[in-house]
Write a protein that binds this ligand. Sequence first.
Ligand code: SF4
Ligand code: SF4
Length: 320
Amino acid sequence: MDQSQLIPGRIFDVQGFSVHDGPGCRTLIFLKGCSLKCDWCSNPEGINHTNELIYKTIKCSHDNLCIAACEYSAITANSDEEGSWLKISRFACTSCETYSCVSACHSGALSLAGYNMSLDEIYTIINRDRQYWGSQGGITLTGGEPFLQPDFTVTLLKQCYNAYIHTAVETCGNVPWGNIEPALPFLDWIFFDLKTMDPKNSHHLTGYASKVSAIPNILDNASRLAQNFHGRLIFRMPVIPGFNDTEENIVQTAYFIKSTGRCEVNILPLHHLGREKYNLLGRKYYTDELKIPDKNHLLWVSGIFISMGIKCYTGSETPF
Ligand code: SF4
Ligand code: SF4
């Protein structure tokens, strides 16, 4: 592909010097847009492909400049005594291309989750960070779902791989196989999420309104990856109380991993660190009441995997 023709990547964050999601010190690039909508997602600003307005009430100086700036009348004053100063209609906002409310806001109360970056812009950051990585670092594409922007993802991975940069992707697996396959020659590691084996739970992955189970597609892609990818494939399972932490589901997950011929899983306990972001995006956080799994529970989960011959890494206590 002619790189000058490449559409920019839709990004919502770039984090340098991370020690998670791959070996050594890494630059994490968060791509916007996901085909799942997990209730517990800690990066809700990465789910929608379009840019979204973030409103930080605490920074608002109540001058209403944004109300006047919005040609869609998407922002109104909030007449309720309780709550924030403004009401934002997320529906009215969806067709905006100007984001003039953000330009009008001088206090920093309004900002956008999501921006476009060219391949050159990202590669400049990677090159800047690279000198601080040490011998083992690299890049990890995460999100959101990197394989929903396949041309950008493949081109960036290829450029890095050819420059001897270690490359990794974190994927939910719910994309067409054709989006994944072209990236395989340019990847060293893949983190692949296995959230549940039970189709009855699929609505927690895809939103309450969805009747379509994503699980068959995810498992099919996982099996194909295990056969066709020659790098390191590490499965990941979030541990969400009442959703996927039954013995039955963990044993089924272990059987599935064994069936792929791979043998590594990284279990990640639920946390609530992303809770506040839901407020800023005007969304409800459905898993607020769920208890964070304690150490004994995680030991029990990892014990099942280990007893079935699978290496299990818990949380960020990983050797990578
Ligand atoms: S322009 Fe910014 S500071 Fe002024 S009311 Fe709107 S959000 Fe608040
Ligand atoms: S993003 Fe656009 S439509 Fe939404 S409130 Fe701002 S100016 Fe209005």
